[in-house]
Design a protein. Structure first.
Length: 397
């Protein structure tokens, strides 16, 4: 059944990669909820919550080509294993600090920075490995398959984190212990991946790789626009997630279970999108889905800002998750299937990740805005900005 919807999973190497992402994604989504809840518990500040949630985007934006160059010329399997082990160690340290009652908000920020550094290498390696493991016609299907498991795990991981955080015998400290071990399991699974051929062409120095990647993007006009739209999608679909803890606490007057349900609702919407989008392969279909999804994302954010109950908020978050995932699947597929992209796949994936990282980085000013005007109006303003930017982009086509 799974291989009929996602034929890319019939490829053994990609299937093992996909399975290894299950514990990794579970740890990541549990960390989103646990980090936000810990920040609220320690400070009660929307700005600090946004800072903790958005910290991982800073390294991704500052060292964009390091991971891409490594993915183009080094062992992608080893990069993924090392990345998982590094963030596992950081999560273990957060657990130790909390259990010894010495955890501070800035330690959570440092953990986010470590996560960002590992993602700078992990994501380009994963994307490049995925595309090289399958036939060209299955590239868009690999994107949909990844987003399916990502959104499914978002539902499970967010809800599980909410339950674990509420249990007195578990709490923040032992939740981070679980997160750390899940990253270790991911490293073990990915250590069994077969190696893929590495690119032996082009510049071999890091600076030469950077120049080659930038020149390739600038010489292909559709690519900068696609990357700009990816940044817009990420800002709308991710920045609000990192102020959800303060929105849940101050507007909905609810706790971690409801926070987990809200994050999980976005996962349900994304899961439905990944199933619906699995058949997309033609560029014109992808472009149409991209436009509709961006307008739906902006509208959903504006409406979400008016929510005053958990159930209404969950409905709007579900729509946001559907549109966010559809837009990202369309954009990433259009980027990675661009003609002549094979030699620059890792570096193109790095630029894509930089654009996506603007979402969590955007959580920092959005959190500051929420402190000033309230979380409801802050989220609605983000939605309005997405709608305006999407309208301008469409008019300038």
């Amino acid at each position: 059944m799974a291989t009929r919807i996602y034929p890319s999973l019939a490829v053994p190497a990609y299937r093992l990669l996909w399975l290894g992402m299950v514990p990794s994604l579970l740890a990541f989504h549990m960390g989103v909820v646990a980090g936000g809840y810990a920040a609220v518990t320690l400070t009660g500040s929307a700005f600090i919550v946004g800072l903790v949630g958005g910290a991982w985007g800073v390294p991704v934006a500052l060292i964009p080509f390091a991971g891409g160059a490594a993915a183009d010329h080094r062992s992608r399997r080893r990069i993924m294993v090392a990345s998982h082990l590094a963030v596992a160690g950081s999560a273990g340290l957060i657990a130790l600090l909390f259990l010894t009652q010495t955890l501070t908000w800035w330690a959570l920020v440092i953990h986010g920075l470590v996560l960002g550094v590992t993602l700078s290498f992990l994501t380009p390696a994963r994307i490049a490995y995925s595309i090289d493991a399958v036939e060209h016609r299955l590239v868009a299907n690999t994107m949909a398959a990844f987003f399916f498991i990502s959104q499914f795990i978002a539902i499970v991981g967010s809800a599980a984190a909410g339950v674990l955080l509420r249990l007195p015998v578990v709490g923040i400290g032992w939740t981070y212990v679980v997160i750390g071990w899940l990253y270790v399991v991911a490293a073990i699974v990915h250590s069994r991946l077969p190696e893929t051929p590495r690119n032996s062409n082009g510049p071999v120095t890091t600076w030469g790789q950077v120049r080659g990647g930038i020149a390739f993007v600038l010489s292909n006009p559709p690519l900068p626009k696609l990357l700009g739209l990816t940044a817009l999608i990420a800002l709308g679909g991710m920045a609000y997630v990192y102020v959800l803890p303060i929105f849940t606490d101050q507007t909905l007057r609810a706790g971690p279970e409801e926070l987990g349900l809200l994050v999980a609702a976005g996962g349900v919407g994304g899961l439905m999108a990944a199933l619906a989008d699995s058949a997309f392969s033609r560029p014109r279909h992808l472009r149409l889905a991209q436009r509709l999804a961006i307008f739906g994302l902006g509208s959903g954010l504006v409406a979400f800002g008016t929510a005053r109950s958990v159930w209404v908020a969950m409905a709007w978050v579900g729509l946001i998750g559907f549109c966010f995932t559809t837009a990202l699947i369309a954009n990433s597929s259009l980027l990675m299937t661009h003609p002549d992209a094979e030699r620059f796949r890792g570096r193109l994936a790095s630029l894509y990740q930089v654009a996506v990282a603007l979402g969590p980085i955007g959580a920092i000013p959005v959190g500051l805005l929420a402190d000033g005007v309230g979380p409801n109006l802050a989220v609605s303003l983000v939605g309005a900005a997405v709608l305006v930017a999407a309208a301008l982009s469409t008019r300038n086509r």
